[in-house]
Design a protein around this ligand. Structure first.
Ligand SMILES: C[C@H](N)C(=O)N[C@@H](CCC(=O)O)C(=O)O
Ligand SMILES: [Mg+2]
Length: 368
């Protein structure tokens, strides 16, 4: 099965409610869809959102990186040589992790199709059912409490609370949500880099002293501030998770060397796809570091790939934040992964099992 063409589409899906973090506010998912065509007639699908505030990638840069740097290396290549292909993708250029991720996801989809097996089985197998948390956007306290209660009613047993806007309000937000859902849901905080190290220690110690038990705190400080991350990790009981601070395997090695965090959040859009995500999971497994599998605000194509990885690496990926599809008003993608609120299950359809994508628009206007 040889690669003959790479084409693009745009997928837009409205959200149930605006997604608000310390870094941005968005009202719809907007993904570049990458379609890798082969001489067998089979097509592999991948996707990438433009999370410029985290990865630096825009829709235009994703399309241009694939078109100019990645695609030319892949034309005529054999899908069976997957390791060679991922090497070509990763070596095509620096950074541009979202573009690399979209292409790698499509290549792994084709690899599964080639061998007639769902991706998770080729990645090592596992129990094809996982449970995700759901994000509660940062907002007025009453709204966040109401959103948290609604999420618990929908069956979510783990809430990822966005904070990082105002330290005093963040403490009040967390206390109010804790009081409202205590005993019914685990609470994870994600400050999305919004605090200084000292503010983070103050907020977390205040919450700990008030009896607010948190499962973890995610990315309390600026992405580049590994020393700040370590400062927080050393001073609080709450487990600290690195998100924006770690993209690829090299950063994870440095994080472990510095003992800067307790947990690593793996996201395909940061790693540049599945090959590096597998490496990170294996490094963390070696050092006994727990992982979360996360996603950007993105469609169920890229999230489906993350689900397959989570199933296959469940020994080290113990926490799941794959709520992109649950935040959308509907899922335009029919695939081998079924997203049903907190419960996600995978069928035996080959690769990602993508059968149709409703409303896929041309992406020709994004780049020359
Ligand atoms: C969607 C997911 N729950 C999430 O919060 N992901 C990111 C933010 C992604 C974005 O801004 O698109 C995170 O910080 O963990
Ligand atoms: Mg995060």
């Amino acid at each position: 099965m040889k690669i003959t063409d790479i084409r693009f589409g745009m997928l837009r899906v409205p959200l149930k409610t605006p997604f608000k973090t310390a870094l941005r506010s968005v009202e719809q998912v907007e993904d570049v869809v990458v379609m890798v065509h082969t001489d067998s007639g089979r097509v592999g699908y991948g996707s990438a959102p433009a999370t410029a505030v985290i990865t630096g990638d825009t829709h235009g840069s994703i399309v241009e990186a694939v078109r100019q740097y990645i695609a030319p290396r892949l034309m005529g290549q054999e899908i069976a040589n997957l390791n060679h292909l991922t090497h070509l993708v990763q070596g095509a250029m620096e950074k541009n992790t979202s573009a690399k991720a979209a292409v790698e996801i499509a290549l792994y989809d084709l690899w599964g199709q080639l061998y007639g097996a769902p991706l998770y089985k080729l990645l090592g197998g596992g129990d094809p059912a996982i449970t995700t948390d759901i994000t509660i956007s940062v907002d007025y306290i009453d709204k966040m409490v109401a959103d948290s209660l609604a999420a618990v009613e929908r069956g979510f047993e783990s809430l990822k609370i966005k904070v990082g806007k105002d330290i005093g309000l963040d403490i009040e937000r967390t206390k109010a949500i804790h009081a409202a859902v205590e005993g019914r849901a685990l609470l994870r905080l994600d400050a999305n880099q919004g605090w200084t190290a000292k503010q983070a220690v103050y907020a977390l110690q205040t919450l700990e002293d008030a009896g607010v038990k948190l499962e973890l705190v995610e990315q309390p400080v600026k992405a580049h501030d590994l020393a700040g991350l370590r400062y927080v990790t050393e001073r609080v009981h709450t487990p600290v998770m690195a998100d924006e601070s770690v993209f690829g395997p090299r950063e994870v090695v440095e994080l472990i060397r510095m003992r800067a965090a307790d947990i690593v959040n793996i996201k395909l859009m940061k790693t540049g796809g599945i090959s590096n995500a597998v490496k990170i999971a294996d490094i963390c497994s070696l050092y006994g570091i727990d992982c979360m599998i996360g996603c950007m605000l993105e469609s169920s194509i890229g999230v489906a790939a993350a689900v397959h990885l989570a199933v296959a690496k469940s020994d080290v990926i113990s926490k799941v934040d794959l709520d992109g599809p649950s935040l959308c008003r509907f899922d335009p993608v029919a695939s081998g992964v079924n997203f049903n609120e907190s419960e996600i299950s995978v069928t035996d359809a080959p690769g990602l099992g993508i059968r149709s994508i409703e409303g896929l628009a041309p992406a020709n206007d994004l780049a020359a």
